[in-house]
Design a protein around this ligand. Structure first.
Ligand SMILES: C[S@@+](CC[C@H](N)C(=O)[O-])C[C@H]1O[C@@H](n2cnc3c(N)ncnc32)[C@H](O)[C@@H]1O
Length: 259
């Protein structure tokens, strides 16, 4: 149970609100709070809101940046696609996104045809993802992509360690939230700072990398700010640097191999 506060603003959506509250252990409020953060279900979507400081945070696969990415995105040339090895892959790799967050990286990979399992331990992020997937499934432009995305509300360190060998994904993708001194991440947009504040830093990423390495068949991909420190404990096989982001690749087997 998380007991994160949850306010239903759209009275007609009571059944759906009950479902969200039960799935993610949310605490139903009778009135909109006057301080702090809460989840709010309106007519259109579920949002993480707070008083005044900045816009609401929500996951979105249909409109806005996701739409732009679907229509104008760089296909397999996008950095995240290159990092998971899509360019050289003979068959589309299966991916476990061990730190799903708001699902943006998962969405890019699912748009390119990968089956993606989205693991998220925070009930707030998992509820936002659940709602975004619900909307994406009922929109003609995104239904196919959403069908390739499976959300699991769990701690990846536990979940990955229970996988049987035949269930092992080709790639485990890891993008933890940790305190960075990098200027780029300090300049993160205000709404993302709110998300970060509610979710908190992921201080156990070394354990997550170890679990990901055990579970992946072909590679583990860690996304970091360009100047951020690599996750402690293991040295990447390859480092791919971008303008603001870096991918540390931990390679077990070539993507070109089909077995
Ligand atoms: C920086 S965000 C990921 C953003 C994501 N890549 C995106 O595209 O939106 C990190 C997320 O990973 C989640 N997380 C971190 N460690 C986790 C773990 N061991 N199991 C499940 N989720 C985890 C956090 O709760 C947070 O929502």
């Amino acid at each position: 149970m998380s007991d994160f506060p949850f306010f239903l603003a759209a009275g007609a959506r009571r059944d759906y609100a009950d479902r969200l509250a039960a799935l993610f252990g949310l605490q139903r409020l009778r009135a909109r709070p006057a301080s702090d953060y809460w989840l709010e279900l309106g007519d259109d979507r579920l949002e993480l809101v707070t008083i005044g400081k900045h816009g609401a945070v929500y996951a979105e696969f249909v409109e806005g940046a996701a739409k732009h990415r679907r229509e104008q995105g760089g296909g397999r040339g996008q950095p995240v696609a290159k990092a998971i090895g899509l360019k050289s892959a003979k068959t589309l790799p299966s991916v476990v996104d061990a730190t799903a967050g708001l699902g943006r990286d998962s969405f890019v990979l699912a748009s390119l045809g990968c089956q993606v399992t989205l693991l998220e331990r925070s009930p707030v992020a998992a509820a936002l993802l659940f709602d975004a997937l619900d909307r994406a499934r009922s929109h003609a432009d995104t239904a196919d992509i959403a069908a390739r995305m499976t959300l699991v509300h769990a701690n990846s360190i536990d979940w990955l360690s229970t996988l049987a060998p035949e269930q092992a994904p080709d790639v485990v993708f890891v993008d933890p939230m940790f305190p960075d001194t990098d200027k780029k991440s300090a300049a993160a947009k205000k709404d993302m700072q709110a998300f970060q504040q509610v979710i908190g830093d992921d201080m156990d990423s070394a354990a997550l990398l170890a679990a990901a390495w055990e579970a992946a068949r072909k590679r583990v991909v860690v996304k970091r700010p360009r100047l951020g420190a690599p996750i402690a404990g293991m040295k990447p096989s390859v480092v791919m640097e971008g303008k603001s982001t870096r991918f540390d690749l931990y390679i077990k087997q070539s993507m070109a191999k089909t077995d």
